[in-house]
Design a protein around this ligand. Structure first.
Ligand SMILES: *Cc1c(COP(=O)(O)O)cnc(C)c1O
Length: 379
């Protein structure tokens, strides 16, 4: 089956008792046994829920994986993954990782004796150099937030296979429509489904997908043991959203390609960071592993002052954290999403005070262009 068919049908069947086409919200915490010991395979709502299972199967299919697990947030999904590791293990992580991931690793997980190295994974030589005898896990975000750096997944696979290291890709920015890391031999994919997968800015959620049975068993155990599961209603909302993922992603991509072109030809804008621009340092890698470039563009406006004026000058783009919704948003990473990343690390990967991140929505492109031109004239 092709993507647009899978997004609507994978994991979904008419409901058994009524034939309802849409999977119901099974809003229940527990399930009755007809006789003692005679269950229908459902025991307790944290462990198993029919609405959640349907979403898990749907998402696994979209990522070409065999097992999917849903969580109450992207961070909960990442916590479950990192909880597979033990004190004394070493982890290599992309330096320009999502701020919340960096905070989880540095301020929570490190206290349990797991060691982290943050490297620019867009340079595979640096990954190779960072590998130690106790390296058990490589965690990569590609493209990164907000610099849009790309890690070469085929190169990463080579390094990891040689050393028997488990790999994971945070695929939030591309969504399963534009990139499927499992197809490149990655072991685990994680998403903040809060972003493109849900796409309507009304749910916080996360998911983990793998085709490795051993990893799947561990994640299932951790999902139930830690207990950060999503509500049946949230699962139902995300299920409704995945039905239009392809159409939304195409619209985000089309608008962002046009805007990145406009921005890179505007002398008031410094550097434009977008993987679809030929000037992007990893453009060739992007083309080799992604089927589109997504809806996130970062732009360098030169100073904190210019960034503030630009954000305040926008009318359609709303100033807000988060991304990947149908509505366009603008964010100033240094003061918003990435405030928990130390200044020194930020500067190392070029996240300056003048950087602004656009999450391009699916509104009319001309309206978005006018909004940006107007805001630029305010600088
Ligand atoms: C938002 C985000 C997360 C965290 O997900 P939540 O759903 O907010 O917990 C992780 N990774 C990336 C790339 C994100 O954008």
């Amino acid at each position: 089956m092709k993507f647009s068919t899978k997004q609507i049908h994978a994991g979904q069947h008419p409901e058994a008792t009524t034939g309802a086409v849409i999977t119901p919200i099974f809003q229940t915490s527990t399930y009755s046994n007809a006789k003692l010991g005679d269950s229908k395979g459902f025991d307790y709502g944290r462990t198993i829920n029919p609405t959640r299972i349907t979403l898990e199967k749907n998402l696994a299919a979209l990522e070409n994986g065999s097992h999917g697990f849903c969580f109450s947030s992207g961070m909960a999904a990442i916590q479950a993954i990192i909880s597979m590791f033990n004190p004394g293990d070493h982890v290599i992580c992309t330096n320009n990782v999502y701020g919340g991931t960096y905070r989880l690793f540095e301020q929570v997980i490190k206290n349990y004796g797991i060691e982290f190295s943050y490297v620019d994974t867009s340079d595979s030589k640096l990954i190779r150099e960072a590998v130690k005898d106790n390296t058990k896990f490589i965690y990569v975000e590609t493209p990164t937030n907000p610099m849009l750096n790309i890690t070469d997944l085929a190169e990463l696979k080579k390094i990891a296979s040689e050393k028997g290291i488990i790999t994971c890709v945070d695929n939030t920015f591309m969504s399963p429509y534009f990139q499927n890391p499992l197809d490149f031999g990655m072991d685990i994919v994680v998403h903040s489904s809060t972003k493109y997968i849900n796409g309507h800015s009304d749910v916080i959620g996360g998911c983990v997908i793998t085709s490795n049975d051993e990893i799947a068993e561990k994640i299932k155990f951790l999902q139930n043991s830690i207990g950060a599961v999503p509500s049946p209603f949230d699962c139902w909302l995300v299920l409704r959203s995945t039905k239009t993922l392809a159409q939304r992603m195409r619209a985000h991509n089309e608008n962002a390609v046009a805007l990145s072109d406009m921005l890179s030809n505007d002398s008031r804008v410094g550097k434009v960071f977008y993987p679809g621009l030929k000037s992007h340092p990893q453009y060739e890698t992007a083309v080799s592993q992604m089927r589109g470039f997504g809806g996130i563009i970062s732009i360098e406006l030169g100073s904190y002052d210019a960034a503030v004026k630009f954000c305040n000058g926008l009318r359609i783009f709303q100033i807000a954290e988060s991304l990947g919704g149908v509505e366009s948003l603008v964010c100033h990473p240094v003061s918003m999403t990435h405030a928990s990343v130390p200044k020194q690390l930020r500067e190392e990967f070029g996240l300056t005070d003048g950087l602004v991140r656009l999450s391009v929505g699916i509104e009319d492109c001309e309206d978005l262009m006018d909004d940006i031109k107007n805001a630029l004239s305010a600088i």
